[in-house]
Design a protein around this ligand. Sequence first.
Ligand SMILES: Cc1cc2nc3c(=O)[nH]c(=O)nc-3n(C[C@H](O)[C@H](O)[C@H](O)COP(=O)(O)OP(=O)(O)OC[C@H]3O[C@@H](n4cnc5c(N)ncnc54)[C@H](O)[C@@H]3O)c2cc1C
Length: 397
Amino acid sequence: MTTAPHHDVLIIGGGNAGISLAARLRRDGCRDVAVVEPEQTHHYRPLLSYVAGGMATLDDLRRPEASVIPPGCAWYADHVTAVEPERFMVRLAGGGEITYGDLVVCPGSQVDWDAVPGSREAVATPDASTSYLPHLAEKTWAMLSSLREGTVVLAVSDRHVPCAPVALKPLLMAADHWRQEGTLDRIAIELLVEGDRLVDHDRGDRELRAAAAGYGIRVRTGTAVESVDPLARELRVRTPADPDLVRYDALLLAPPHRAPGWVSASGLSGPQADGFVAVDPHTLAHLTHPRVWGLGDAAAVDALPSGGALRKQVPVVAHNIAARRTGGPMRRYDGYSIAPVTTSRRDLLLAELDRDGRPEPTVPFPDLARPRRNTFLFDRFLEPHVYWRWLLTGHVS
Ligand SMILES: Cc1cc2nc3c(=O)[nH]c(=O)nc-3n(C[C@H](O)[C@H](O)[C@H](O)COP(=O)(O)OP(=O)(O)OC[C@H]3O[C@@H](n4cnc5c(N)ncnc54)[C@H](O)[C@@H]3O)c2cc1C
């Protein structure tokens, strides 16, 4: 009988959260860190919006996973299928088991096509797409850029969509493109947003509404897609008033997301967590298993999930793992998150907010929540380098 391999800290998921944390722990001197990540390719997801807006390629955002695994960190190229927290053990799809001292659960979230009947079938047609999946991001721009007339609909769910306001990026970049092509007047644009605001930040919301109005976009908040009929090219929507039918020639979806099913099945979720990892939203420690931690899009932290949020979450988890062992004081995550949204093919606003929607600007001046050329250039061209060279190598504090 072989014994299961053991690691001091085991991390489920080698995405933005898992790799940043693994690198940070290694930098802090933790000698035995392992990551379970099934994919061979790592994606810098924020660039997907630019692929969908025709301003980046998939090559710009992909690197081999092996190249981002921190030196000295073990990598299991497998899927976790279950966690047994009472036994300090995870199970792998390949049949293996691994035991741990501390476990960090950060497998991200997944598109929940089942939540909107007809949506999976719709994105298989040429008339509907999403910027939220790499294999559909290029198709999104092909669909939007070839449109000369008709009705375009963007529907943004408020159910766990990663960095939801960035769903507007491809639409506003396309609207700017249509203006430059002289076709904007022939294209009716509808923006259906399930939440009350385009971004939970006063200034950012005002600026985005002004940008939308400038392109003649009809904005309807409190409006959720209930189902899609891909043959009729029609959406059934729930609105604050009566249910409605909305026709489209091109449909862009920011669909509901959910946590992987094994999180709940392993007893790691809870009544308020909707299938996500039930953590204390401040310390990121699991509510009932003190040596389990949640991080990133998979954790129920009551804040907008984003890569920007990880800049604050990763140091908190790294610190608190050590603090739990030594009995030292815990650090707290205040719910900081970001929403960088292009308002054209040149300008971008950066809303920085806490979990209550209060502005939390990194720099007091200038006001980055106003659309600016420099902020656009940073987000599109500089931030990817910061990601590969600094964030994924644990340089977050
Ligand atoms: C289109 C798009 C645009 C975005 N734009 C921005 C932006 O401009 N700014 C911003 O701050 N944020 C943005 N985000 C959000 C940001 O990308 C996420 O918040 C961030 O990637 C979350 O990191 P994560 O590690 O929690 O999840 P992910 O990056 O999704 O990584 C999860 C990893 O876990 C792995 N995994 C899944 N299941 C298992 C399993 N069973 N076993 C082991 N591993 C598993 C996956 O393969 C994946 O590699 C965007 C996201 C998308 C999709």
